[in-house]
Design a protein around this ligand. Structure first.
Ligand code: S3P
Length: 179
């Protein structure tokens, strides 16, 4: 049984930054599902949304996650904020290992991603309203998919990392090791 660590949570919650740090600490390969989609298509996420719409992007995301779920080696996986929308993704992610929900408030998201230009869902819109709407649609799904939740408001990445490591240590036997 694969025991990967999977990070879920909204945009700007720190999944990629913390995923990279966590992978280095646990000496596991780091995988970012958005980065895989970009490297497979050869274009950025805004271009995928522009040409194929959100549904085309979700289809690509679904394929990548299904593919990752068949791999046998443990990894640290950072997912896109909307990955939990799909029931099959939620099922795969939970089966892959320990799912950790990086929870941040909309206020914290606003501080972190106010000037972002690479997230199509946040362009040409009232950011606060959009983030509130997404949170309303998704927070219960993050909660339902996760085995554990960590609150990131006001914390630096290294502080969140320490909390995650402590949590994993408390669950001895859940820390994946190579070989
Ligand atoms: C999305 C989040 C993004 C990316 C895409 C859609 C979302 O990933 O997958 O822009 O629906 O929340 P991050 O959560 O890494 O920003």
């Amino acid at each position: 049984m694969t025991r990967s660590i999977i990070l879920i949570g909204p945009m700007g919650s720190g999944k990629s930054t913390i995923g990279r740090l966590l992978a280095a600490r646990l000496r596991l390969p780091y995988v970012d599902s958005d980065a895989l989609i970009v490297s497979h298509t050869g274009v950025g996420i805004p271009t995928i949304f522009e040409i194929e719409g959100e549904s085309g992007f979700r289809e690509r995301e679904r394929k990548i996650i299904a593919d990752l779920s068949t791999r046998s080696e443990p990894i640290v996986l950072a997912t896109g904020g909307g990955a939990i929308l799909d029931p099959a993704n939620r099922h795969h992610l939970r089966r892959m290992g320990r799912v950790i929900y990086l929870d941040v408030s909309v206020d914290e998201q606003l501080k972190r991603i106010r000037h972002d230009r690479n997230r199509p869902l946040l362009q040409n819109t009232d950011l606060n309203t959009r983030l509130q709407t997404l949170a309303g649609q998704r927070n219960a799904l993050y909660q339902e998919t996760a085995h554990w939740r960590v609150l990131g408001d006001g914390l630096r990445s290294d502080q969140v990392l320490r909390r995650i490591l402590r949590h994993l240590q408390q669950r001895a036997g859940q820390i994946p090791t190579r070989g």
